[in-house]
Design a protein around this ligand. Structure first.
Ligand code: FAD
Ligand code: AMP
Length: 476
């Protein structure tokens, strides 16, 4: 007899483990299937995000930024330093410890919430039935009233640059180098390529990014993307746009990377190569064909806006379904599904209020529509911008490049988008997300009292600037 639960979740990344936790909080009997084995050879919860994604990459970004700051010196602050040395092993150790603390924390939360962790690979057999293949190869059957699929995504690989796990690596290997590569090629100047490229550049690599598309950060507001490209180039990141990699050859010493751009064929020689060309949903083998689960043409599980699949009682969330591949998007879907299973009235996710962040230096963050999208859609809008160069806190921090830009509807003044490039953009954007979630106007934000001196004053001033009322700049 198959063991039965109220809910079984397959996958314990930020989508699946959050769904499991919320279901348990709401009084359901929950099991969660997870197959992850970490670099120490131990089963681990937390998925891509905690093990090889958001958390380790942000840990390395932080460490490398501290190193670079000290290396460049703090003379302007009146601080004289001795020599600054890199201990890469310790930097990696710190990252492993943070990952372990957080993944162990999820295991602890599972225990305290009575969630059963089924270790192994889950497969949907039918609407209410799954099979789990344990790490020793044994199989067991389980059934549940509700099944939530949350198997996430994996890095895309390309034939032009097959991974060898050592010198040609994906984003996981790109966070594990034991020596700083002298020259590092990065295929793909998207979010992950830029973040990991920045880490190794700060630690001393010469970094060359090859990006097939002509436009830099095509999804970002064009004004912000232009500023980002200028700043990254000034830092020494060599970003080559319209450069499509077609072949690689691994030699004894170096890797030859062949690419084409509008000027013809080129060869680049690097020590290591990082392939960051996107991610694909983990849907292969997830469901037995007889189960009849519907997928779209790109391999995502097909769902409605409530994350309900075509099978009764079966839901899919996170990177496995349409929408941005972001941890917080999957987590919110997990909460929504758990609450709808519990019979609560729920709303679909507001996709216009999902924040995006690129943790480079400067950070880039945005929510809602870009100026180019508003133009294409013919939506009338007003723009307010404010530079960090005129913000006292940013000056004190020595972080005065970049700006805040707010786009508001020309008639209703509703905030349609907010775009930030500069210090702590990742944190500042949240004020704009909250404003949009509550359908605020730019005037609402402009009339909200902001503490002084804070970076948030730049958001305040950008909101004032929408109506030509900024106080600390000349309104144009
Ligand atoms: P995942 O986190 O991929 O988890 C899915 C889990 O399901 C995995 O643990 C997997 O082992 C398990 N699984 C798969 N198939 C099965 C099966 N058949 N049976 C059992 N278990 C299975 N997002 C952000 O929001 N902010 C960031 O800063 C950010 N940085 C990133 C940096 C990097 C380097 C990378 C690679 C990604 C980053 N992301 C970031 C993206 C983020 O990690 C993903 O969007 C997020 O992890 C998706 O969550 P998920 O739960 O859908 O899937
Ligand atoms: P993202 O989708 O943010 O992860 O970014 C991945 C990037 O990789 C995209 O901007 C793609 O255009 C880029 N890309 C994909 N294939 C290639 C290739 N063969 N050569 C160079 N860039 C590529």
């Amino acid at each position: 007899m198959a063991q039965t639960y109220d809910v079984i979740v397959i996958g314990a990344g930020p989508a699946g483990y959050v769904a499991a936790l919320r279901c348990a909080q709401l009084g359901m009997e929950v099991a969660c299937v997870e197959q992850w084995i970490n670099t120490q050879g131990n089963p681990a919860l937390g998925g891509t995000c905690l093990n090889v994604g958001c958390i380790p990459s942000k840990t390395l970004l932080e460490s490398s930024e501290q190193y670079q700051k000290l290396k460049q010196g703090l003379d302007t602050h009146g601080i004289q330093l001795g020599s600054v040395e890199l201990d890469l092993q310790q930097m990696m150790q710190r990252k492993h410890e943070i990952v372990a603390q957080l993944t162990d924390g999820i295991a602890q939360l599972f225990k305290s919430n009575g969630i059963v962790w089924l270790q192994g690979r889950g497969k949907l057999l039918a609407a209410h039935q799954i099979e789990v293949t344990a790490h020793d190869g044994s199989t067991s059957l389980y059934s549940a009233d509700h099944i939530i699929l949350a198997t996430g995504s994996s890095p895309v690989t390309i034939g032009a640059a097959p991974l060898d796990g050592e010198r040609i690596v994906d984003s996981t290997g790109g966070q594990e180098f034991t020596e700083v590569p002298k020259t590092l090629g990065v295929i793909g100047a998207g979010v992950i390529g830029l973040e990991l490229g920045s880490v190794w550049k700060r630690l001393g690599s010469e970094v060359i990014l090859l990006e097939a598309v002509d436009q830099f950060l095509a999804d970002v507001d064009e004004q912000i993307a232009r500023d980002a490209l200028r700043q990254f180039t000034r830092q020494g990141l060599d970003i080559r746009l319209g450069a499509r990699v077609v072949k690689t050859e691994v030699g004894d010493e170096h890797i030859a990377v062949y690419y084409q751009d509008q000027n013809g064929d080129h060869t680049l020689t690097v020590d290591n190569l990082l392939v960051c060309v996107g991610r694909i949903p983990n849907s292969d083998g997830l469901a037995a064909p007889e189960a009849g689960l519907l997928f779209d043409e790109r391999g995502y599980v097909h769902t409605d806006e409530y994350c309900q699949t075509n099978l009764p009682g079966v839901y899919a969330i996170g990177d496995l379904v349409r929408g941005p591949m972001l941890a917080h998007k999957g987590s919110e879907e997990g909460v929504m599904v758990a609450e709808s299973i519990a019979g609560h009235s729920v709303n679909p996710l507001n996709h216009d209020a999902i924040p995006w962040v690129i943790y480079t230096h400067p950070e880039i963050a945005w929510v809602g529509k870009t100026e180019q999208i508003l133009k294409t859609q013919g939506v009338p809008y007003n723009v307010g911008t404010f530079p960090f160069a005129a913000n006292g806190r940013a000056k004190a921090m020595g972080e005065s490049s970049g700006m805040v830009k707010i786009l508001a509807h020309a008639e209703t003044d509703a905030i349609l988008g907010a775009h930030i490039i500069g210090p702590m953009a990742s944190e500042l954007i949240q004020e704009c997300v909250l404003a949009m979630e509550f359908s605020a106007s730019s005037e609402d934000l402009a009339r909200t009292i902001h503490g002084h001196p804070t970076l948030y004053e730049a958001v305040h001033e950008a909101a004032l600037a929408v109506h030509g009322m900024a106080l600390h700049k000349v309104n144009t």
